[in-house]
Design a protein around this ligand. Structure first.
Ligand SMILES: [Zn+2]
Length: 314
């Protein structure tokens, strides 16, 4: 039995065939071209699924979509997808009609959370909190072995919990959100405040193959002993610790999984983050929780495939 995981990105849509053990067997991709509208997209997605069926036939039993944005998983409705510019698009029902395969859809961070639970942790923990650390911060929760949605499918907006009263402005319009401190854009804004000559900094520290002022450059700078780089990552760790402490107090997870591009700087932000967790007064949830960093860039799409399979076989 195989499932297809679908990751709808702003530029490309990726399909991956995954077996029950979470191993990817094949991939397919096509240009999302969101401006052509949902009807055209669904048709092309159906054609891509058909392409994979030619190779895998009846072994393929399910579809799972991870979509960035506001998703109603019950109705298979993409309420808002900022990267596609779509509002209130029904995806799962037309896709099921077109392909004859059952289709589950969740927010992409929820699918990454399911991937962390199934693939990274092999269901060793029943209660898992996953944070995806990138431009934005997403989160998903598996509670008692089930993906938690909340009453309207919006659970897991951890990027917008407030960590600093009246703090920095966030992309959501609010102030003091976790994302306004620990999203990659926010991290680089803070770095800009400390680095006087950006061009010289890039020349000195960035990967010569990708000479950009970004979190990779900042990590390399920290590695080389640069005080600004180390300071920004230590601050990021403290802020992440503050957000995470609230979430751990509320959820008491067995394991927290951090994933996404920013998590690769673990060496530089993790010590400060763990210090904040260690300083909490209510000790037990922090003493027990395991913190893992996942480098699996495909947790979202593979998680989506496994989630779709799980639903279909239930
Ligand atoms: Zn916000």
């Amino acid at each position: 039995m195989l499932g297809i995981g679908i990751d709808i990105g702003g530029t490309n849509t990726k399909l991956v065939v995954v077996n029950k053990a979470g191993k990817a067997l094949a991939q397919e991709r096509f240009k999302t071209e969101a401006d052509k509208g949902p009807a055209s997209f669904i048709k092309r997605l159906g054609a891509a699924v058909d392409g994979l069926r030619r190779d895998y036939g009846r072994q393929l039993v399910s579809l799972g979509i991870g979509a960035a944005g506001d998703v109603d998983p019950e109705r298979g409705l993409l309420r808002f997808a900022p990267n596609l510019g779509w509002r209130n698009v029904k995806l799962t029902a037309p896709l099921e009609r077109l392909t004859g395969l059952p289709c589950a859809m969740e927010n992409d961070a929820n699918m990454a959370a399911w991937g962390a639970y199934e693939i990274e942790l092999k269901r060793k923990y029943a209660d898992v909190l996953t944070l995806t650390l990138g431009t934005g911060i997403g989160s998903g929760m598996v509670i008692d072995g089930k993906l938690y949605h909340g009453s309207s499918g919006c659970a897991g907006e951890a990027g917008h919990i407030k960590i600093i009263p009246d703090g920095r402005l966030c992309g959501c319009g609010g102030k003091g959100c976790l994302e306004a401190y620990c999203g990659s854009g926010a991290i680089m804004r803070r770095a800009r405040e400390l680095v006087k000559n950006e061009a010289a900094y890039v020349k000195k520290f960035a990967d010569p193959a990708r000479p950009k002022f970004n979190t990779i450059c900042l990590t390399r700078a920290a590695e080389a002993g640069d005080p600004a780089g180390r300071r920004v990552w230590a601050e990021t760790g403290r802020h992440l610790g503050m957000g995470l402490a609230s979430l751990i107090l509320q959820l008491n997870p067995g394991c927290v999984v951090l994933t996404g591009g920013v998590s690769r700087a673990r060496k530089w932000f993790l010590p400060a983050m763990m210090e904040v967790l260690g300083d909490q007064q209510i000790k037990t949830p922090f003493a027990r929780v395991k913190v893992k960093i996942s480098d699996d860039a495909d947790l979202g799409s593979h998680g989506a495939a496994l989630f779709g399979l799980e639903r279909a076989l239930k």
